[in-house]
Write a protein that binds this ligand. Structure first.
Ligand code: ZN
Length: 211
């Protein structure tokens, strides 16, 4: 019963102290360290009797130290790394468009002219686009025109869309193709790998077809 009364009294006290005085008024016990209202001793949050002066702490009298306005941090210009060209992102949209067009076109030509003609036709398209890539890259000052051409010839479906994106963003880079002779080797190896996988894949499909 006494506790209830004490609680009510405390609540009344809190309500009365709601209007702020100087500093920051605290309505309940502080959640951070605060100075004792009587002697100024810094006390931990939730302390109700001052350890130094033994006075009961009235939460209404707690004044939290007003945070000092921080000195404006000197705005330093972000130290930039020496301009490094961004990489040309792989153009997935062009890639899928080209892939879809190729599949549809090859299906159509194959139905009309047969497989051999279609293969020669696509070979010719590959050769011509690769030559165009070499000349275009040379004309536009894009690094390694020859590697772009060879890459287009070997990995047409990947490198050609990439080149189309690259030529529109002359300030970017495409290390996969443009970083020296090793890239060319990588392209050739990837080409061989893709061919082997493709042959195994399509070979097994053809073999499983009913004759
Ligand atoms: Zn005190």
């Amino acid at each position: 019963m006494n506790e209830d009364i004490a609680k009510l009294a405390a609540e009344g006290n809190l309500a009365a102290s709601a209007e702020p005085h100087n500093g920051t008024a605290v309505e309940s016990f502080a959640t951070q360290a605060f100075p004792c209202p009587h002697c100024g001793q810094m006390l931990g949050p939730g302390v109700r009797v001052c350890a130094a002066c033994r006075q009961a702490i009235d939460p209404a009298q707690i004044r939290l130290p007003v945070p000092q306005p921080q000195a404006p941090v000197a705005t330093t210009v972000a130290q930039r790394a020496p301009e490094k060209p961004q990489n040309t992102p792989f153009p997935w949209a062009i890639f899928f468009a080209v892939l879809l067009g190729m599949v549809l076109l090859s299906a159509a030509t194959e139905a009309k002219f047969g497989m051999t003609t279609t293969a020669y036709g696509f070979g010719l398209v590959q050769l011509l686009t690769s030559l165009w890539v070499v000349f275009d890259a040379h004309r536009k000052g894009i690094p390694q025109p020859l590697q772009w051409g060879v890459g287009t010839m070997l990995l047409w479906v990947i490198v050609f869309p990439w080149y189309l994106a690259r030529r529109r963003q002359p300030k970017t880079a495409c290390p996969f193709v443009e970083s020296g002779a090793r890239a060319l080797l990588r392209i050739v190896l990837l080409f061989i790998l893709i061919n082997i996988v493709g042959m195994l894949f399509f070979g097994s499909i053809l073999n499983s077809l009913p004759k």
